[in-house]
Every structure is written in C-alpha cells, then in structure tokens.
Ligand binder design. Structure first.
Ligand SMILES: Cc1cc2nc3c(=O)[nH]c(=O)nc-3n(C[C@H](O)[C@H](O)[C@H](O)COP(=O)(O)OP(=O)(O)OC[C@H]3O[C@@H](n4cnc5c(N)ncnc54)[C@H](O)[C@@H]3O)c2cc1C
Length: 437
C-alpha cells in the first residue's frame, strides 16, 4: 500500500520503502511505457499487488507499479471454462466476474484481498489433497519483459515457459494478464469444530485423503485442534449460509476483535497466554454452514500478524508438527497465535513449494507487535530437517544456495531469468537473496 508521502509498506509492516517513482499504468500499453522508461533511466521496476507478502518480495526501490487500474475481465472461453483477467484484479472481485458464466475458481487460500498476479507469483495456496495452489489454475499469461516487449505464454506460444511464468516470484517480467482454468460454480459445506489434537494427528492421513478440503488450527499450550472440513457440492443444492449477524459475531467480533484484545493482553502479560489460548480454542469454531465456494474459502483477517510457512512432504506432516510442538514446549515460549496445518497436491511448477511432491503445510504466526525471531528461527530449523520449502511470500531466512538443493528446476528458472531479465530490471534485495544476484 503506497501512502501519502510516497512510502510503501506491506500489510504485516515488516517491509517499507520509498520508491523513486510510483506509477499507476491503466493499460497494458502504459505498463510497457513504464518499463521502457525505467530502463532508459537505469531504474529497477516492480509491480506490487496488495502488499500481502510478509517477505520483501514486492519491495520496489526504483519504479513501483501499482496495477490498481489494471483490473477486470478481458475475455471468457465458455467452452473450456477459462477466463482471462487483468493482472491487478483482486481475488475478491473475481467471483462477481465469473458469476454470469456459472464459473468459480477451483480453490482459494484463507483470504481474498490479494491480486491475482501477486497470489500466483508467490505460490499462494489453500488446502485439499487433490488440489494445487492457485498458480496451478493458470493456463496462460502475458508479460511485459525487461525491454518493454510483450511475451505471450500459452499452449500455442512458449508453452514450455508456463511452469516458470505461472509462479515467477515477480522476477521474469510484469504480468499484465492471467488466464485461469475455472470449474463450474459449486457450493461448499463447511464443518468447523474443536477436536482432541491427538485424535486429529492420529487420523491425519485419512482425514486429508477423505475430505475435499481439510485443515486444522492448533493454539499452542492447548490439546485442542480446531478442524475445518469443507465438502464440495453441486451449485444447485439448497444452502444454509451463516446469517450476516452470526458471521459478524464469529469472524469479526470473536475471531478478530477478541483475538486482537487477547494479543494485546498476552503481550503485556505473557504468562496469561496459555489460559487465553484455552479460552480462544473454546470460543472459536464450532459451526456448520454451506454457501457459495468463495464465501466459505475466504475469511476476514483483522488482527495483524507475521507469518512463516513451510511445505514438507505430506508423509512427514505429523512428525514435523510434533517436532514443532516440542520446540515450543522446550523453549517455554508463550505463543498467542495458532499454528495452521494444510495440504496440497503435487504439481510441476518449477518453483512451487509442492513441486513434485504432495505437500503438508505448517504455518506459524505471531502478533505483529511481538518479536517472531527466535520462534520462527527454531521452527525453520525443524522444517528444514523435514525437507521443508519456505513459502515465497512468508518470512524465512533461506538463500539461493540452500534453496537450489530443494528445487530440481531451480537452475532452469535462473537460466530463464538470465534470458528474460539479464540486466536484473525486476530484481530487489529479496530476489537477489533467494535467486542469486
Ligand atoms: C492475512 C493474510 C493471509 C494470507 N493467507 C494466505 C493463504 O491462505 N495461503 C497462502 O499461500 N498465502 C497466504 N498469504 C500470503 C499471500 O497470499 C501472498 O504473499 C501473496 O503473494 C500476496 O498477494 P499480493 O497481491 O498482496 O502480492 P504482493 O505481496 O504485493 O506481491 C507478491 C509478488 O508478486 C509480484 N507481483 C505482483 N503483481 C505482479 C505483476 N503484475 N507482475 C509480476 N509480478 C507481480 C510482486 O512483485 C511480488 O514479487 C496471506 C497473507 C496475508 C497478509
């Protein structure tokens, strides 16, 4: 978000920069002019989405392109259920664009504030053993490359580049449009409830295999898992949505405002956190409802936090979780935010955290005013012993040397970057760290 005075900062307040220029290109031609002008001035140039990455991946010290005017639907292929969207379109705008065609996005993450280009560029994902992250829905894209040219990547042109461009970390060019493979609109039946943590861990493989979308949250210092099981149903089944007041009370009042108060108290009196977490686990999540898919997938996140998330091979998920629990116990930390556990199918995108392996995801959070350093460092250590790959948009300390060993196509991606952006027009400090300079 660029604020008056020209300072950009991300949602979690972990990154800020005063770019040399901020531009709002309203058309593809204007994006090309911006990139060409930046090149002529010898400046770097980067597009930002909604600034919801916790890492410095979107930091643009040179020319920052806000694509807030580059939104909406370009075209629809009804026969193949594909839609071409301008890159700055926010996820929460997409359902209304798809509704007239009876289509929906196949899967989503926890929130819908991100831009489509930003979401795919960092590998944003939801949960579901049979479903990949959002970038796996990408069947074509158009980029403005470093020299200001347009590069089309689809099944007819440059098809071999799609697995790189669909999840490109913002390193290959400026995405101006993205084509998604959609599915017929569907309803989700949601069941959210507290369950004994040990039972959930013991049945984790079966739960994740049986459910369309299974995940759980665990509040440290409790023995309760808050499970969420979503089942896909045809669009024409009668639904039982949350009443607006119930949603407001559950999501905003209990989920956000109460949690905000809890985090503030916990910060002043860390010893109170275990009892507060036990209380939170009791008042959070015991409900069942059904609604249009996007209204069930996405929730509101009103309490600001910082996050690290690692993907491990799914068969190591329960062990990695237990090691994470042990680290919290051994260090006697008081952690006020839940751990989130999800799964995703294997895919073939070169830099996807689920590349070549079905994956389990473990995400740890801390209130934004609490120092996450020691906790995140210890969790990162655990995840690395389980072959973990860090989410590109969430906090981690890995660099190109360590990441290369985790991704079989890492060098192919770097070679493509060398070809498309030899002058490193789209680079920043984060990309230099994780991809090499
Ligand atoms: C509250 C919250 C909840 C979240 N929930 C989830 C979740 O459930 N699952 C999950 O996986 N992640 C989640 N995230 C992380 C988030 O989805 C990613 O960090 C995502 O990249 C943010 O999208 P954005 O539009 O804000 O992109 P930004 O953070 O603004 O940018 C991300 C990257 O995309 C690049 N980019 C943006 N636009 C373009 C473009 N047009 N062309 C080329 N590159 C571009 C940027 O340069 C940067 O490299 C969450 C984050 C927050 C703050």
């Amino acid at each position: 978000m660029t604020r008056p005075g020209g300072v950009w900062q991300n949602w979690s307040r972990t990154e800020r920069v005063r770019p040399q220029r901020v531009e709002y290109p309203p058309t593809v031609a204007a994006v090309r002019r911006s990139v060409a002008a930046a090149a002529a001035r010898g400046l770097g140039v980067k597009a930002v989405g909604a600034g919801h990455s916790f890492t410095g991946i979107a930091v643009a010290p040179g020319v920052l392109l806000e694509l807030s005017d580059l939104r909406g639907l370009v075209s629809v292929d009804r026969e193949r259920a594909r839609v071409r969207l301008l890159a700055g379109t926010r996820l929460h705008q997409i359902p209304a664009l798809l509704a007239p065609y009876g289509l929906a996005m196949e899967n989503l993450g926890d929130i819908d504030r991100q831009s489509i280009a930003g979401a795919i560029s960092t590998g944003t994902h939801g949960t579901g053993a049979r479903f990949g992250g959002i970038a796996t829905q990408v069947v074509a894209a158009t980029l403005v490359t470093a020299d200001g040219d347009l590069l089309t990547v689809d099944e007819d042109e440059n098809a071999d580049l799609l697995p790189a461009v669909a999840l490109g970390l913002g390193a290959l060019g400026i995405l101006v449009d993205v084509t998604l493979q959609c599915v017929p609109a569907f309803v989700l039946q949601a069941v959210e409830r507290p369950e004994p943590l040990e039972e959930v861990l013991a049945g984790l493989d079966a739960r994740t295999a049986e459910a369309d979308h299974f995940e759980f949250y665990w509040f440290p210092h409790t023995d309760v898992a808050l499970t969420k099981t979503n089942t896909r149903l045809p669009v024409d089944v009668p639904t039982a949505p949350l009443r607006p007041l119930t949603r407001w009370v559950d999501d905003l009042l209990v989920g956000n405002a109460l949690h905000q108060a809890v985090c503030s108290v916990g910060r002043g009196v860390p010893a109170s956190i275990p009892s507060i977490n036990r209380l939170s686990a009791r008042v959070w999540g015991d409900r069942s409802f059904s609604d249009a898919s996007h209204r069930v997938f996405a929730t509101a996140r009103g309490v600001r936090f910082r996050e690290m998330e690692y993907a491990v091979p799914v068969e190591r998920l329960a062990d990695a979780f237990r090691d994470l629990q042990r680290v919290i116990d051994e260090n006697d930390w008081r952690i006020e935010f839940p751990v989130e556990v999800r799964v995703a199918a294997a895919d073939d995108l070169w830099l996807s955290t689920a590349h070549g392996r079905a994956s389990g995801y473990l995400a740890v959070h801390r209130y934004w005013r609490a120092d996450p350093t020691a906790y995140f460092a210890a969790v990162e250590g655990v995840m690395r012993t389980h072959g973990g790959r860090p989410h590109w948009g969430k906090m981690h300390t890995q660099d190109a040397q360590s990441l290369r060993a985790s991704y079989p196509r890492f060098d192919d991606f770097v070679a493509l970057r060398d070809r498309l952006d030899p002058q490193r027009r789209f680079a920043n400090a984060y990309l230099d760290r994780v991809l090499g300079g």
